[in-house]
Design a binder for this molecule. Structure first.
Ligand SMILES: [Zn+2]
Ligand SMILES: [Zn+2]
Length: 92
């Protein structure tokens, strides 16, 4: 059993959460409702892995809509999608 990789992201749970990212190279900021513990997303300008500096739990009400609206979730930028080999936006 893998031990926790420990603290790459503020959130350490198993659920999808809402992440806020800021690229240290170009200062681009973005948000994603498909953010996960210890999981980076790539900056689309610099193609470097960026970990969220802030994460918060998804609320059942508001942010659930954000997920379904994030139809163009950038899978090639999302470490979770690449790990899974399928979109992390898929419902189980
Ligand atoms: Zn960047
Ligand atoms: Zn993803």
């Amino acid at each position: 059993m893998m031990s926790s990789q420990g603290g790459k992201t503020p959130y350490q749970g198993d659920e999808r959460c809402f992440g806020e990212f800021r690229c240290p190279e170009c200062n681009r900021t973005w948000m994603s409702a498909n953010s996960w513990a210890n999981t980076a997303q790539k900056c689309q300008n610099c193609m470097i892995d960026v970990y969220p500096y802030k994460q918060s739990a998804l609320q059942r009400s508001g942010l659930e809509n954000t997920i379904s609206k994030e139809v163009r979730h950038p899978q090639h930028l999302c470490e979770k999608c690449r790990r899974l080999g399928r979109p992390c936006t898929d419902r189980y």
